[in-house]
Design a protein around this ligand. Structure first.
Ligand code: NAP
Length: 416
């Protein structure tokens, strides 16, 4: 899967089209045509074998009209500046859709995270925090985990930032370990948020309580969502990872599969487990099911394979898994797409709760986090669905209209 597709409409094109439904959005559109700040730096990483490697690293703060910028930190071998900028733009839209007091950002390092030892990962995270100490900050720009990074990386960044600035500031990152000021339920938040959205929109999407589901990408986001859906009676007909698809028409027994995956095994080696049969990695896309959840990387469903998608509804748990060309084909085929800027917003929503918790010096119980997450996903999901219905828009178009309304109002109010 490639993160980029030169034929794709940019997120900005989508926002420009949304402006047809948002009177007075010209100033916001002009502002959002380019990022506020884009930094590219070279990081030096001392390897365990005594050699030194140099790696390109970026941080893009796309816009701060709604508040300090916020967005993930990605360690991935395919990362480039254009992807970072696109993802930062999409975070701007996502925070606006979700009524959050943040602008959007994204950052990362072009590195294969699986080729790093635990010590190398820690050194890389600390090097990133030191190098970007002037860019990030609790009131300026707040990173969070993304592909290839986790709570441990966030803990290291908080510590290295404190060392570089001389200030204890746990709010510089979210998604931290609990013992370092993290919040209960952050790890499951993206998957749980999408699950809450499915619960909220199930009637509008025509998804019954026993619908057939396939989840592409069995990592943090995909696994949590799959477990929650399976736990409420939905039939999990397939899951996939970078090695294979595991299929069971009658519904996988997810418990042993998830346990093996958490131990670091690949699905390709799990034939027979949970009743599943191993098939090729991309077989999941064409399986007959009600709901397909792409939860791996961007560019999974393209003009080349959208015609063969076997699902009635696609929920974008990954960022940008459906290309613009595929979006058109899926719409023609009557397949509904729940867009990433809404569907995977559970993570940034709980990150916001973590920031509130840090500022108040509190530790929220997990039940409170879940209730507030469910309320936020339900409220914003219903608002997008209502806008789509009333204006005859797709859910993606409606999400961009909602975001632009909020951004335009903030730009007008601040005169910025
Ligand atoms: P992750 O934990 O690294 O998991 C990614 C999963 O995708 C892994 O299971 C990986 O397989 C699999 N994968 C990679 N390439 C694949 C391919 N070609 N076909 C099928 N599966 C493939 O990442 P994550 O945190 O769950 O994030 C996944 C997506 O959700 C990303 O687009 C991310 O930006 C988005 N997202 C995540 C969060 C969050 O809070 N985690 C929030 C918002 C958006 P292996 O297990 O074999 O490596």
């Amino acid at each position: 899967m490639s993160e980029e597709n030169s034929n794709d409409p940019s997120g900005f094109d989508r926002l420009r089209r949304a402006a047809e439904h948002v009177p007075g959005a010209e100033a916001a559109l002009a502002r959002l045509a380019m990022p506020l700040e884009m930094r590219a730096l070279r990081l030096a990483l001392d390897r365990d074998d005594g050699t030194r490697t140099y790696l390109p690293a970026w941080r893009c703060r796309y816009d701060d009209a709604l508040g300090p910028t916020k967005g993930g930190l990605r360690f991935h071998q395919g990362l480039d500046a254009a992807t970072v900028e696109r993802l930062a733009f999409e975070m701007t839209v996502k925070c606006a859709v979700m009524d959050l007091p943040y602008g959007g950002a994204k950052g990362g390092v072009r590195v294969d995270p699986k080729a790093l030892s635990a010590a190398e990962r820690r050194r890389l995270a600390a090097a990133y925090a030191r190098a970007f100490a002037d860019t990030i900050g609790p009131e300026r720009d707040v990173p969070a985990p993304d592909v290839g990074t986790d709570a441990g990386v966030m803990g290291v960044i908080a510590d290295a930032y404190a060392g570089a600035t001389g200030r204890h500031a746990p709010g510089v990152v979210t998604g931290k370990p609990l013992a370092a000021g993290g919040i209960a339920g952050r790890e499951e938040a993206t998957g749980r948020g999408a699950f809450c959205l499915v619960q909220q929109l199930s009637q509008a999407l025509g998804l019954s309580s026993v619908c057939r589901v396939a989840v592409q990408g069995f990592g943090n986001a995909g696994m949590h969502m799959a477990e929650l859906l399976a736990g409420t009676g939905r039939r999990m007909v397939a899951v996939s990872d970078s090695s294979a698809t595991l299929v069971c028409e009658d519904g996988l027994d997810l418990g042993p599969v998830a346990a093996a995956k958490r131990e670091g095994q690949s699905l390709a080696d799990l034939d027979g487990l949970g009743g599943g049969r191993v098939r090729d990695r991309d077989a999941i896309l064409s399986l007959d099911c009600d709901l397909l959840v792409p939860a791996a990387l961007g560019g999974a469903i393209t003009g080349a394979n959208a015609g063969g998608v076997g699902a009635r509804v696609i929920l974008e748990l990954a960022n940008g898994p459906v290309t613009g060309e595929a979006d058109t084909i899926l719409a023609e085929r009557g397949i509904t797409v729940v867009p990433d800027v809404l569907a995977n917003a559970g993570g940034v929503t709980v990150s916001h709760f973590e920031s509130l918790q840090n500022r108040q010096g509190e530790a929220w119980p997990e039940e409170r986090v879940r209730e507030r997450l469910s309320e936020a996903m339900g409220r914003c999901g219903a608002a997008v669905a209502e806008l789509a219905r009333d204006c005859g828009l797709t859910l993606r178009e409606a999400a961009y209209v909602r975001a632009l309304e909020r951004l335009a109002a903030a730009v007008a109010a601040r005169g910025c």
